[in-house]
Ligand binder design. Sequence first.
Ligand code: ATP
Ligand code: MG
Length: 430
Amino acid sequence: MSNLKAVRGTRDLLPPETALWNRIEATARRVFARYNFGEIRTPIFEDTALFSRSVGEETDIVSKEMYTFEDRARAQSEKTVSLTLRPENTAGVVRAYIEHKLGETGQLQKVYYIGPQFRRERPQKGRYRQFSQIGAEVIGPPPAGSESPIRDAEVLEMLATLLDELGISGWTLEINSVGSAADRARYNEVLRTALVSVAPGMCPDCQRRAVTNPLRVLDCKVPEDQPIIETLPKIVDSLDEASKAHFAAVLAALDAAQVPYTRNYRLVRGLDYYTRTTFEFTHGGLGAQNALLGGGRYDGLSEAIGGPKAPGIGFAMGEDRLVLTLQALEAAAQQKVDAYIAPLGENLNPAALALARELRRAGLSIDLGDGSFRLKKSFESADKTARRMVILGEDELQSGILTVKTFATGLQSKVNRAELATYLSTPASE
Ligand code: ATP
Ligand code: MG
């Protein structure tokens, strides 16, 4: 056997797993199109300076994780340049926005991308050296209103919808505001001062960050440092009125759209370019690498890389982690019965038993409820033991059209009794 293997931190994706990747990508494209996002494809490698200026010299990505190489001149007319495999895609998108003068259209630019990114990290479950991100960005010149809080809320609402349509239930949205560049500078000083006395008791990375980039201390994952970090001043207390109002407007719009969130005062994210809103969606099924996606606002990024003023907001989802989450949910779902039948009222118990018999004889696994249960109780029991719930009321019995709820997607459908067995035997995430 050859001793040539896929490089550490990279993987081959084989069928049938690739079908799941394709399904995720197709769902993302479909959802993004409904929000009027178009696809952008930027090069896999870029000038190294693009990442050091945007992501930031002091970040883990730029300081230790990039695949950087010298591209030697091949002719007198060429110069030797330093190139880097992209570790993330926002910098490339904003570079393209500037290069193609997309701001001159005066319109909001709404783009999404799907593709590989490269970081030299310690490989482990959910963390690879080549991984795939699905991301989207909303950028525009000031008259287009890209700085408006409605854009932040719309992007977050889109993500909630996408995760639901992918069949990823049980996610948590954590949100924070890191303020304007001036707010961050002010907070950095507050933090630097607060760290003077406590940093010597922290990990070596934090001791360094306390001097070079205090904000990064909040990102520290070392367990022993956590109680110390909890006592540090919060960034919300350093926000100016405009940033406070912006954040309040984002949260109000999320409330109106019924997108649930949790505020996390420590969420500052690993990249330097973020301003104001920052967020992360996490999922319990992922273990240590629990972040499904991260994102935020980057109002000064374009200017930082020599472009015009172009506020923006975006996110990047780890596609590898979406796959892992879906596989874990699918494995959990396999432990469940195909459906739970909930009769609405005791008089419907006999009809429910007849329906259960019919479905069981068709080879399905069925749990049968009891018409004396309240609907809420039936929902709770069904969610624990079954992939789907079939509601059988008087109307359903008469019409032969049953209401079926699929727990993984939250979808409720009307299904003809004659097609019920076939419907219940399709995977719950489709
Ligand atoms: P983490 O805290 O997990 O290292 P991050 O803050 O570095 O994430 P971002 O740079 O914001 O993450 O990237 C967005 C998403 O891309 C992450 O939430 C994660 O799902 C995914 N991701 C990041 N790095 C990797 C990696 N090395 N392998 C797989 N997925 C990754
Ligand atoms: Mg990381």
